[in-house]
Design a protein around this ligand. Structure first.
Ligand code: NAP
Length: 485
């Protein structure tokens, strides 16, 4: 039995803990509760945008989802239920913010340090802190000068009453598209600051009718069929992104038809229209965003934000808009991965130094020089068309096989070849045709996304190949000094 520390108790951490539950597993979670993204992101309208029949664990399928894409509370409730039913909940230590993980080559042991100074030893460490957890704020002149209220979409201030207020929303990505239509009827004025337009596909997400829920509950196999159908739909989106000059044109045409139909105001249509290839940035699913932009109390602003003053936002054309509140929907510091935590591997080399601004890992999971360190949802494992939970389950099963072999370290030539292949596979895809959070490394490499289909990733990770690894030590058991916790 290996002693394993998992950092983060979101979907990735829970997936790893379930796969490794026969080992001595502890999950360290910085937040007061498990849930990760679904604990933190509580903004109005927060919901998954991959349908819940797929956006859920294969081993914990539910037939009673209330909507196509479940709201945040329902997902968090599901995660709590899975953790309880799988015996994971009692292994989660909350309010435990990890600041450092360091590998001791002599003992083959990782020491994990928390903010409060406590230290724990482990045979293996699984880092499951996700790609989207550190809110990003633009560097703007006068950011501190603003005297009104401000918060990030991932840190929603439910104590602040938006009723009747003049509100600025900066950013128009997947988060803004979910919350802005919810608050638009409540606020006095909504100023939407857009840097790039987006491609949209329809999503109403009304509650499932009772008859539908009855059918799913009653007809054997219907729920599994829905899951497979959504899986294949996701793969078809990936195909459009992989082939922008052929299949991508179908996606573009579908999106353009919806957008033309919804954007009746020619001025708003001109401003909201994206100027990049379909699928390059995340395609957004909403039937409500574009109509919202045409509400009388909403203004879409495409001039760049130049700075803030005490009472509002100034754009580069010199226009000043007075606002009571700014909501930053500007996304996350996505290329930092698990930083600011310091991860120190063999020879004292830090992961940040090893990466040198270009995060990479074999299958997104293992890194040379970091024996028995495993990443969940690591570099190049994000998906634009599928469910990240499917990737995380595959990673968890792979990690279990690795840990059962002993202390293992991926061979540098394997990791380098896999990185070269991953990067080469982006050639000609839509992802390369604009700037996005998927590619924010120093030389424009795509560091977030997997370049292929979900099924390929699941196949490649299904069987752990020991020939790609150096087995540092064949037995994980009792590398950790007894009594040293
Ligand atoms: P995001 O997609 O990174 O969007 C950030 C937005 O802020 C973009 O519109 C970006 O414009 C804009 N922005 C950034 N800096 C700016 C600046 N200085 N001035 C003006 N605009 C600026 O962030 P997000 O919406 O929080 O979503 C992040 C990811 O989280 C998504 O891609 C998705 O994977 C996930 N997510 C999923 C769900 C879901 O499943 N339901 C919901 C929310 C988020 P540019 O486009 O020009 O960069």
């Amino acid at each position: 039995m290996a002693k394993v520390i998992i950092v983060g108790a979101g979907f990735g951490g829970i997936a790893a803990a379930v796969a490794l539950r026969d080992h001595d597993v502890t999950l360290l979670e910085a937040a007061p509760e498990l849930g990760g993204t679904w604990f933190h992101n509580t903004y109005p309208g927060a919901a998954c945008d991959v349908p819940s029949h797929l956006y859920s664990f294969s081993f914990a399928q539910r037939k009673d989802w209330t909507r196509l894409c479940s709201p945040q509370e329902e997902i968090l409730d599901y995660m709590r239920g899975v953790a309880r039913d799988q015996g994971i909940a009692e292994r989660v230590v909350c309010n435990a913010r990890v600041t450092a993980c360091a590998y001791d080559e002599a003992r083959h042991v990782w020491t994990v340090t928390c903010e409060d100074g406590s230290k724990r030893d482990a045979d293996a460490v699984v880092i499951a802190t996700g790609q989207l957890h550190q809110p990003a704020y633009p560097r703007l002149a006068g950011r501190d000068a603003f005297a009104g209220h401000q918060f990030h979409s991932a840190e929603w201030d439910h104590g602040y009453d938006l009723t009747g207020k003049s509100v600025a929303v900066v950013g128009t990505g997947a988060s803004a598209v979910q919350f802005a239509p919810e608050i638009a009827p409540q606020v006095g004025r909504l100023h939407v600051f857009q840097r790039s337009g987006n491609w949209f596909l329809a999503r109403r997400n009304r509650p499932y009718p009772a008859w539908y829920r009855w059918l799913v509950r009653t007809i054997p196999g219907l729920q599994a069929y829905r899951r497979r159908f959504i899986f294949n739909y996701g793969e078809s989106l990936t195909a459009m992104i992989r082939h922008p000059r052929t299949l991508g044109l179908i996606g573009r045409a579908r999106s353009a038809a919806l957008m033309r139909w919804q954007l009746r105001d020619p001025e708003v249509r001109r401003k909201a229209w994206p100027d990049y290839t379909f699928g390059c940035k995340r395609v957004l699913f909403s039937s409500y965003w574009l109509p919202m932009l045409q509400r009388p109390n909403v203004e879409l602003i495409t001039e760049a934000v130049a700075g803030l003053t005490a009472d509002g936002v100034t754009t580069e054309d010199g226009t000043h808009r007075r606002v009571d509140c700014i909501i930053w929907a500007t996304g996350f510091r996505t290329n930092d991965f698990m930083l600011p935590m310091e991860v120190r591997g063999a020879g004292g080399v830090t992961l940040a130094d090893y990466w040198g601004g270009a995060p990479r890992a074999h299958l997104g999971i293992t890194v040379p020089g970091f024996p028995s360190l495993f990443l969940m949802y690591g570099p190049n494992t994000n998906t634009s068309g599928g469910s990240i939970i499917a990737y995380e389950e595959a990673q968890a099963a792979y990690v279990r096989q690795a840990i059962e072999l002993g202390v293992v370290e991926v061979l540098p030539e394997v990791a380098e070849a896999s990185d070269r292949e991953t990067q080469a596979r982006f050639a000609g895809t839509a992802w390369t045709q604009c700037d996005s959070w998927y590619r924010k490394d120093h030389d424009g490499r795509i560091v977030a996304n997997w370049p292929g289909y979900m099924r390929e990733y699941l196949q490649r990770t299904a069987v752990f190949d020991p020939s790609q690894y150096r087995v540092v030590k064949t037995d994980n058991a009792r590398a950790v000094a007894p009594g040293h916790d």
